[in-house]
Design a protein around this ligand. Structure first.
Ligand SMILES: NC(=O)c1ccc[n+]([C@@H]2O[C@H](COP(=O)([O-])OP(=O)(O)OC[C@H]3O[C@@H](n4cnc5c(N)ncnc54)[C@H](O)[C@@H]3O)[C@@H](O)[C@H]2O)c1
Length: 325
């Protein structure tokens, strides 16, 4: 049973846009467990993926239509709602810029004008760095985004930080997330490779030498909790959140060590390669607890007990191709 908006009147609410997605559907239950009141705004393109809770309000809505009323009694915003990978952004670039950038600007502008929101946490992406040779990619390095998706992330970051003189603004630059979630994603590196090994006994690796950082979904959730809990002490700015810099081929071998399978290599048209340093985040007393290998074991276990079966909703591009927007 959902609580009505009137019943939340005196509360300090955390608004989570995109709360029904891969990260959101793991994050929202944790915020509720931390005894927060949560309002989710999501189009539910990949399903609702959240259990009812007395402190949870779910609004099925597009962030492009957010208005003042949606922000009533909101104290903090975690903005996850985005068209969230390269091919899905390329499907309709006008829509993608509207959702990823213009709606983000409208949201933070409404929040600042309302005068009650104290913190805006923006889910950016580690992919804003593009290709980098540095051994340690830190937040102060230049951003050279390659794809349209990466460009929307960089521009939205700049937009939200232009409000940092008014409220706390934290841009998180996550590595590729891995592990199980109620809205599963089988289109991110570790998850794809593990699922292929389980389902077909064969892993297809594109390129293989690109080095990318990774983060377990449980740590991703804890990063957002950390910023909510320590808002006052954490300076506005961008924070990397990625802990294992390994090549796609390393991931394939890690999977092969757990699930017997063949590895097939094909050419790649995605040159993004960089090693993220998350020292700035670690210096705020954040400690990651899980590794890529934990995600592989979790996926294997879910698959073996038939809790994980492939479907279109687990692939962003397949679902989005079928939507009329
Ligand atoms: N998953 C990763 O590896 C990763 C890595 C770096 C950054 N990120 C960023 O983190 C955020 C969350 O990623 P995710 O993996 O959970 O993605 P996701 O696609 O699973 O979740 C996004 C959610 O937002 C909703 N949504 C999209 N557009 C909307 C709109 N206009 N209005 C309302 N709801 C909308 C979708 O229905 C979905 O539930 C995204 O901004 C993504 O770019 C993700």
């Amino acid at each position: 049973m959902f609580i009505k908006r009137e019943d939340l009147k005196m509360s300090k609410i955390i608004l989570v846009t995109g709360g029904c997605g891969y990260v959101g559907s793991k994050l929202v239950p944790q915020l509720l467990a931390d005894r927060h009141q949560v309002r989710v705004i999501d189009t539910q393109w990949f399903g609702k993926n959240l259990e009812c809770h007395k402190n949870l309000e779910i609004i099925k809505k597009d962030t492009r239509q957010i208005n003042v009323q949606d922000l009533q009694d909101v104290e903090k915003i975690i903005h996850l709602a985005n068209i969230a990978n390269d091919p899905a952004v390329d499907l309709d670039q006008v829509l993608s810029w509207e959702v990823n950038v213009l709606a983000t600007q409208n949201l933070i502008d409404l929040a600042v004008r309302g005068g009650k929101v104290t913190q805006f946490i923006y889910a950016s992406s580690g992919s804003v760095y593009g290709v980098k040779d540095e051994n340690q990619v830190t937040e102060d390095l230049t951003l050279v985004p390659i794809s349209a998706y990466n460009k929307t992330k960089m521009v939205a970051e700049r937009v939200v930080h232009s409000y940092a003189d008014k409220i706390k603004v934290h841009s998180i630059r996550p590595a590729t997330v891995c592990g199980m979630s109620p809205r599963m994603r089988l289109d991110v590196a570790v998850n794809i490779l593990t699922f292929q090994a389980l389902d077909t006994g064969k892993i297809k690796v594109f390129g293989g030498n690109q080095t990318r950082p990774n983060i377990h979904i449980d740590d991703m959730v804890e990063v957002y909790q950390h910023f909510v809990q320590n808002s006052v002490n954490l300076e506005s700015g961008a924070y990397n959140a990625g802990f294992e810099n390994i090549s796609i081929m390393d991931i394939a071998h890690m999977v092969q060590g757990i699930i017997p399978c063949e590895i097939e290599v094909e050419g790649s048209n995605d040159p993004r390669s960089y090693r993220q340093s998350s020292k700035k985040l670690l210096d705020t007393e954040f400690t990651p607890k899980k590794m890529v290998i934990d995600a592989i074991y979790d996926i294997k276990e879910s698959y073996e007990c038939r809790m994980l079966v492939d479907c279109d909703q687990y692939h962003t591009i397949k679902t989005m191709r079928g939507l009329t927007l």
